[in-house]
Design a protein around this ligand. Sequence first.
Ligand SMILES: [Zn+2]
Length: 94
Amino acid sequence: MPTHGEQTTIPVKRVDGNAAAGALGEILRLDVTTAVAECRHCTASAALADAIVEQDAEGTIVLCRSCGHTLLTYVSREGRRYVEFAGLASLTSA
Ligand SMILES: [Zn+2]
């Protein structure tokens, strides 16, 4: 057990992005209604179901209920889908 101030070396391997598929697949399949989102702007954490959503024919914008900043943006246009998690510090499954 390292004491305060000591550094430990944890072995890390570098491989290509295929190695992340399993982990990302798990988090992207989570129940988003109960997942807890942490806002990058105000650090508030709340269930994604409690966020504010603005929608139109092409997209969805999810806003932090605490500060009103954008947590994530989803756009579907011409058969392509785009998602941006710019304001999301983290997303945790319940
Ligand atoms: Zn916020």
